[in-house]
Design a protein. Structure first.
Lengths: 289, 289
């Protein structure tokens, strides 16, 4: 047995890692709550320093601790409360969404996700991988609970004489005669986003258009300029429209912190549906109908 | 004016950087020759340590200097000779390929490219960007000379009410009624390769299929295991076949160090044409016919 790490964040992270094979298990939710607690102990010691931004209706801070700085945290969405998070989990485990709005759900999940990312920024220099892996587990768990099924990351291809398997992002298979969800999960996309459309195109081509609902989940597109200490969102809305027209059709793009430029894609024709993550929990029955 | 760097490799690199706006200029070839010279001074001081490999007909070494190690260098292709490189440049500037085979050209270009990459590995910790940028300039120069035209990296889109520009890899436009080359240039691809097919799909969709010949140029797919000091090639040939069938059609994939698993894609049906880079210089007239 490897030694138990003394750092509480590290210890709970390892515990989650040991249990992600069954992503729909409520025990995983308990571990996420413990991790949220442990992150709170770090953030309580840190100082929240305001950042400048021109983005309408958004305000950001960076946590600072021992000379290190975290990524930008949107204070309009950020309400660090393990109690609220546990109440949200109780709701989704009971399949009871009364009193939960899209805004409330988005806020709960954003606050946990960005807490962990900020703690890793403050404690591990240059570690980009751990926040990405953690965010994939977190969103994977919430989808698995909501859809009452575990995902796969590999699909068989049987195409005449070509037999192989295709590695994929999360695929949630709702069973015969029902759609499957194609769920790429990223902390941010930048210029790599074209991969999401390309993977959707491959799924459409190999298995047939309409069988997989492409619903990527992304944390944020913020970038902090270190000189001016100001926050911008890196967005390529015109390119997204071209990908949606010419590569494949995504059904939704869910964000925890919806970028202003992408929110406007809901209002052009043809629209590209960009929504806060919480909306998924309320509209999933319509999506699969 | 910024100060002139004392490191000769750095100084010549900056000189190339100042001149890449005219990628077809022979002056750039002179600077590449000077850079090759400067890299030789570093590599002469380094020790070439053999690496293990199971890849048929390939042998690799890693250069070591002051406790640092370079990426794997294929000794079957590596013949460090600035004189041979200059003779090759004289040939392509004069559009005279007599005596030049695909193998000879590939060897000349590989030896310069991998020399620079190895020097950066030995002198700048963790710098992945400089080798990639340099390799793009080098291949861009050779394409620009061979096609007698400079590339663009941005294309206008005019599609009904949608007017924008599309950022692209190198595009070499041979003029009205002739094909354009779509030239992604990468030192290696790994899982990011699907982007190349996706960009080709966008070009086919926006401008019409057949107008852009997709011909990516890649240095190598080697990976050195640091524990066992052995070299493997990271290849996904079955996925490449699926991309070629379902996303878009690439006309050629050129490699400086052709991976064994991708070379075999020439022999399956439908074939995917993977060729040593030198072949481009000899077959380009057939490709555009």
């Amino acid at each position: 047995m490897p030694p138990v790490p003394r750092d509480p964040v590290e210890r709970v992270y390892r515990e989650i890692q040991r249990n992600v094979r069954d992503l729909s298990a409520p025990a995983l939710g308990e571990a996420f709550s413990d991790l949220y607690d442990a992150c709170g102990d770090v953030l309580t010691r840190a100082t929240a320093v305001p950042l400048a931004t021109q983005i309408p209706n958004k305000q950001y801070v960076s946590f600072e601790l021992d000379g290190r700085r975290s990524r930008a945290v949107n204070t309009v969405l950020f309400e660090r409360s393990v109690q609220d998070w546990r109440a949200f989990l109780d709701g989704i485990y009971a399949n009871d969404y009364s009193g939960l709005t899209s805004e409330v759900i988005t806020r709960r999940v954003y606050s946990l996700a960005i807490s962990f990312c900020a703690v890793i920024d403050l404690t591990r220099r240059g570690d980009q991988k751990t926040p990405g892996t953690f965010f994939e587990w977190l969103i994977g768990h919430l989808f698995a609970v909501r859809l009452a099924t575990n995902p796969t990351k590999r699909l068989p291809v049987l195409n005449l004489d070509l037999t192989t398997t295709l590695p994929t992002d999360f695929i949630f298979d709702l069973g015969e005669g029902r759609p499957k969800f194609h769920l790429p999960v990223k902390t941010s996309t930048r210029e790599r986003v074209i991969q999401v459309w390309a993977h959707q195109r491959v799924l459409d081509g190999v298995y047939g258009t309409g069988r997989f609902l492409g619903t990527p989940v992304i944390l944020t597109e913020t970038k902090t300029d270190q000189q001016s200490r100001s926050v911008v969102e890196i967005c390529l809305p015109e390119q997204w429209r071209i990908y949606q027209m010419h590569i494949a059709q995504l059904r939704r793009v869910y964000y925890l912190d919806v970028p202003a430029a992408y929110a406007r894609l809901n209002d052009v024709f043809p629209p590209l549906h960009v929504a806060p993550f919480g909306q998924f929990f309320l509209e999933v029955d319509d999506l699969v109908a």
